[in-house]
Ligand binder design. Structure first.
Ligand code: NAD
Ligand code: MG
Length: 430
């Protein structure tokens, strides 16, 4: 029943039995090998900040990214991974050259892989105890499925993977005894507010059975939470990526502004915690101090609070059920202003409404929603469509894709491709 794998249990018991010193608890026998997918991004950066504080505990096995050679070179120099995969083949060739032309770097003998197949080969090589899934978008799905099949622990930031394939994802996690721990701050909070019996069965929780009334999924409402609706026509990409609380990559920042991020998180929560649509309620909480809550049938509500800093949920996912230090300072309650909450306005956030409805229809619809949104956000960031145009693209694609269920990866990828073509054609015709 418990999907905790052997290395998790060894790590937990190593620390529990160690009353002598912290140093021996993290001796080389307990050293965990980590592969970071999305190494050059915002979550990747947060992951390395946590790993950097615990060199006695973690060693980096692999790094994967799209193609930013200048950003990955210093990471290679510092963390000395055995393997690096770049999606962009030309960038991978350039990286090989740069590594070979520097005696110190050449001495590391880094194995450089290229293309999607290289990223998948790295994540599925079975060498890592922990794979951090932090590639943005649908591109993160195939490498994550490959990693699950090695039975490693998955620290899951890439919510799009679950939106596309939540059912298959957890079926494979069970089949291969892979532990899945959420990194998304809201889902990390919910995870921490659930009883231990449910924490070890992500994807198969029995919420009603443990007395959960509902999950309260909080969201800041983004930068346009309070502006007059008519001013949304003038939103520029720069305005949209300036999130008031969190510092994140450009795609998720735009998703936060449209609240598509909360729609994706609603779907993510349903798969992670095996929740019905009625068991997840979205609440706007502008201060983002409470990261989400679980409401129980006896009237108790458990919440997880903290600074809006992803290093806390990243560290939690890396070492659960233990705790380790991070560079994040604790909350100073004397400096916390009033905590406020309100219902989301669907008129302001049509993407949130469409996401919740798509989730009721099934995985074909959520895959279409995700693909249409990725194309629309890229077009918005490139100045090709307006901010309000994002929801129009998503609505158009959803109207063309039937809501039947999809399960296997080829079927999911076919719907993803079809939705991208529909979205691109709609944008071209505008
Ligand atoms: P980002 O844009 O900062 O970084 C994305 C990373 O993915 C980069 O390293 C990029 O090189 C890599 N990448 C992109 N396409 C790739 C491809 N085809 N192959 C290999 N690598 C590729 O994004 P981010 O903000 O770090 O978000 C990453 C994921 O984590 C997203 O799914 C996001 O929804 C999720 N997430 C992020 C945050 C946050 O605070 N940033 C919070 C919760 C969840
Ligand atoms: Mg989140």
């Amino acid at each position: 029943m418990s999907p905790l794998n052997a290395s998790d249990l060894a790590l937990a018991s190593a620390s529990a039995s160690d009353s002598v010193s912290a140093a021996s608890a993290s001796s080389s026998s307990a050293m965990q090998k980590v592969t970071v997918l999305g190494a050059t991004g915002s979550i990747g950066e947060g992951t390395f900040a946590v790993l950097r504080q615990h060199p006695e505990r973690f060693v980096v096995h692999g790094m994967a990214a799209k193609g930013n050679v200048d950003k990955i070179l210093p990471l290679i120099t510092e963390f000395k991974p055995k393997r690096v995969a770049l999606f962009d083949a030309a960038a991978a060739a350039q990286l090989r050259e740069r590594l070979d032309s520097d005696a110190t770097l050449a001495a590391l003998h880094v194995d450089v892989l290229a293309g999607e197949s290289g990223v998948v080969a790295l994540s599925g090589d079975g060498e890592a105890d922990i794979v951090v899934g932090a590639i943005v978008g649908a591109a993160g799905l195939p490498p994550l499925l490959a990693a699950i099949k090695t039975g490693c622990r998955i620290c899951l930031a890439n919510k799009e993977a679950l939106v596309m394939s939540g059912k298959l994802f957890f079926d494979l996690a069970y089949q291969y005894h892979s532990t899945v721990v959420p990194v998304d701050s809201e889902h990390s909070a919910i995870f921490q507010c659930l009883p231990p019996s449910e924490q070890v069965c992500m994807g198969r929780c029995d919420l009603a059975g443990v007395g959960v009334r509902e999950i309260l999924l909080t969201g800041s409402g983004g930068p346009f939470r309070d502006c007059p609706l008519e001013t949304l026509t003038t939103v520029t990409p720069q305005m949209a990526i300036n999130h008031p609380v969190w510092s994140m990559g450009p795609k998720i920042s735009v998703d936060s502004a449209t609240m598509m991020n909360k729609a994706l998180e609603f779907i993510e929560a349903r798969y992670l915690f095996n929740a019905t649509p009625e068991q997840v309620k979205v609440i706007v909480h502008p201060q983002s101090v409470i990261h989400s809550m679980v409401s129980y049938v006896d009237g108790a509500v458990l919440a997880q609070l903290g600074q809006p800093d992803m290093k806390t949920p990243i560290a939690h996912a890396l070492v659960y059920p233990e705790r380790i230090t991070t560079p994040v300072s604790p909350l100073d309650f004397t400096k916390v202003s009033a905590l406020t909450f309100k219902e989301p306005e669907y008129k302001r956030y049509p993407c949130l409404f469409m996401g919740i409805e798509a989730s009721k229809l099934g995985q074909a619809s959520t895959t279409a929603l995700n693909a249409a949104n990725e194309v629309a956000v890229a077009a918005f960031l490139a100045g090709r469509i307006s901010f309000l145009g994002i929801a129009e693209v998503v609505e158009h694609v959803l109207s063309k894709i039937s809501g039947s269920s999809a399960y296997e990866l080829p079927e999911i990828m076919a719907i993803d491709n079809q939705s991208r073509s529909l979205a691109s054609a709609f944008i071209d015709a505008k």
